[in-house]
Design a protein around this ligand. Structure first.
Ligand code: OXD
Ligand code: MN
Length: 605
């Protein structure tokens, strides 16, 4: 129960007319026992107050106001720097509804275990009530959540990544539906860490972590895991996809979505700058989202996409003015940097980043750092953690589309799947139709990156780049994709790309980054019934000369190698796909088994 003082505070700071919400906040405060409860209104004055408090408590360090105005540095516990998929659970009544690719816990057990950790976990802390909207407030795409958290860092990040505060409460009204999101850092003990999703209760409980993907509950937890469940029920798609627009010289803009596993370049592609050689064609690229897309069938029978987020939570290492100049400009102000290198001059830096490193600083682990320092393995001591991040408002991106937060979304011409594969997958291929496209998405495989705890580099199946994010049985998810195709009168075409193919000496064959526009150009031409292609057993690849390489120096024969479909390698891939499909038993749609057989026959003939 709240004390009288706490009730007064809440009333004073604008608690809602929503009795269900007020009762739930009381209930959680009764478990976590915070010293006070603060309802977040989203105002500038409140932001300043929270920043001041974060600084006073040592959780935030203000950066040099000349070089990084409005920016803060934050360092998380070294045991808490990436998503912890092995501690992430889908808590459905029936285990089979979570499916073979998710960890499952019975809802009663989940609530009970987490409650033990939550009991009194906020003593000495404030509980912040953060009403937030995923998607523009009031848009037909949007969903409302309320996150209760004991972390100022979380409030300030949610402020960037979502729309928060008073307008959201107004939209919620007296009886609106919302996702109940509870987050407590507790004591950051890994052995008590749990990220629990209760899709049947519209509820998320996350304890023991302050890392973005585990703690900013609007992102992976709501906008993917819970939303994917809701999307199946309501007939739409919640996907791990960027959204970008390609503007042609006549002003016409075509939009695509692309799903790549975490840390495989979605942010870079979403913010692409046309390469020198294609400049003459006058393209402009517009960014609408870099991580999540919600898609619905529009009144014109096409699929329309909306980015539910309002900011970018991007991977810092590797971001520089060659790989992503727009990101560098985006993070030049009002950005929170997490686990990068903090210079003694109050600047930030990361490996493969921008400019010279500071002469000395403190690294992501809090260790003194100089460029010449070596770690225990004799290699240079890392300044930034490989999964260190920046959190920046979407509106600050120079390439942000004017319509990025349009309540009606944008119509999609192509869906692109991709993985990080050294071999096998060509630079690009087009699927043979929606059903085959769903097969292509369902069989995406990729080498693991640093965005989640685990062995980096290991190849794993990551269907639609949703393996860690699908909130229900993936067999049913594939079925839902097939149904969405059937109910979309004018579905987009589905493609697959691989920017990471290597030659026999282990060198990347494709330069990537801005040059990827050349591939997008071919993809869009194909959606208009143009663009030359050769049919292969796996789908259509660009015909010789069909990808415009003007001004691009590729090594001799590189394009042939990039587009080569090696039948023996593809045949060798099939038993692994079959084994993966078998895991879903009778929840696997028959269509996918048929697609696998048909591919086998095409490859063998
Ligand atoms: C992310 C991720 O942070 O996919 O976007 O891990
Ligand atoms: Mn992601």
């Amino acid at each position: 129960m709240l004390t009288e003082q706490q009730r007064t505070d809440r009333a004073g700071s604008g608690a809602p007319a929503h009795a269900g919400l007020a009762a739930w906040v009381d209930e959680i405060a009764g478990i976590c026992k915070p010293d006070s409860v603060v309802w977040v209104d989203g105002s500038e004055a409140e932001k300043k107050r929270l920043e001041k408090r974060g600084v006073a408590r040592g959780q935030l360090i203000p950066l040099d106001p000349e070089r990084f105005p409005g920016c803060f540095y934050s360092r998380s516990n070294p045991n808490d720097v990436a998503r912890t998929e092995h501690l992430t659970y889908i808590c459905t009544e029936k285990k089979e509804d979570a499916g073979p690719t998710n960890n499952w816990m019975a809802p009663e057990e989940g609530y009970k275990k987490a409650r033990e950790v939550l009991k009194g976990s906020m003593r000495g802390h404030t509980l912040y009530v953060v009403p937030f909207s995923m998607g523009p407030v009031g848009s037909p795409f949007s969903k409302i959540g309320v996150e209760l958290t004991d972390s100022i860092y979380v409030v300030l990040n949610m402020r960037i990544m979502t729309r928060i505060g008073r307008p959201v409460l107004d939209q919620l009204g007296a009886d609106g539906e919302f996702v109940k999101c509870l987050h407590s850092k507790a004591d950051l003990d890994v052995s008590k860490r749990m990220i629990l999703h209760f899709p049947q209760d519209n509820t998320i409980w996350s304890v023991g972590s302050a890392y973005g993907g585990n703690a900013l509950l609007g992102k992976k937890c709501l906008a993917l895991r819970i939303a994917s469940w809701q999307a199946r029920k309501e007939g739409w798609l919640a996907e791990h996809m960027l959204i970008l627009g390609v503007e042609h010289p006549d002003g016409k803009v075509e939009y695509v979505t692309a799903a790549f596993p975490s840390a495989c370049g979605k942010t870079n592609l979403a913010m692409l700058i046309p390469p020198q050689g294609l400049k003459a064609k006058g393209y402009r690229i517009w960014t609408l989202g870099d991580d999540i897309a919600w898609l619905r069938v529009g009144p014109d029978g096409r699929l329309w996409a909306c980015n539910p987020e309002a900011g970018f939570f991007g991977v810092a290492p590797g971001t520089n003015s060659k790989s992503n100049p727009n990101a560098i400009a985006t993070v030049s102000r009002d950005t929170i940097f997490t686990n990068v290198l903090l210079g003694d001059d109050l600047t930030v830096w990361w490996e493969d980043g921008e400019g010279a490193p500071p002469a000395s600083g403190t690294n992501w682990e809090g260790k003194p750092w100089k460029p010449e320092f070596k770690g225990p393995d004799g290699k240079p001591l890392l300044g930034a953690h490989p999964n260190s991040r920046f959190t920046a408002p979407a509106g600050q991106c120079p390439s942000i589309a004017a319509n990025w937060d349009s309540p009606s979304g944008v119509p999609i011409s192509a869906i692109i799947f991709g993985g990080r594969r050294e071999r096998l997958a060509p630079l690009v291929f087009e699927s043979l139709g929606w059903e085959h496209g769903v097969y292509v998405g369902a069989t995406v495989a990729s080498e693991r990156t640093a965005a989640a705890v685990g062995k980096v580099g290991e190849v794993r199946r990551d269907p639609m780049a949703m393996l860690p994010f699908c909130g229900y049985n993936m067999g049913d998810y594939f079925g839902h994709w097939l149904e969405m195709g059937a109910k979309t009168p004018k579905p987009p075409k589905i493609f697959h790309v691989n920017w990471f193919r290597k030659d026999e000496h282990g060198k990347f064959l494709w330069p990537g980054y801005g040059e990827n526009l050349r591939v997008l150009e071919w993809i869009l031409a194909r959606t208009r019934g143009e663009g030359q292609a050769t049919e292969t057993p796996i789908g259509f690849v660009p015909a010789k000369g069909a990808v415009d390489l003007t001004g691009l120096e590729l090594s001799a024969g590189a394009m042939d190698k990039l587009l080569e479909v090696k039948k023996d390698e593809w045949l060798a891939e099939l038993p692994g796909v079959r084994e993966f499909f078998d895991r879903f038993g009778d929840r696997l749609p028959k269509e996918l088994g048929r697609q696998l057989d048909a591919l086998g026959q095409r490859l063998a003939s």
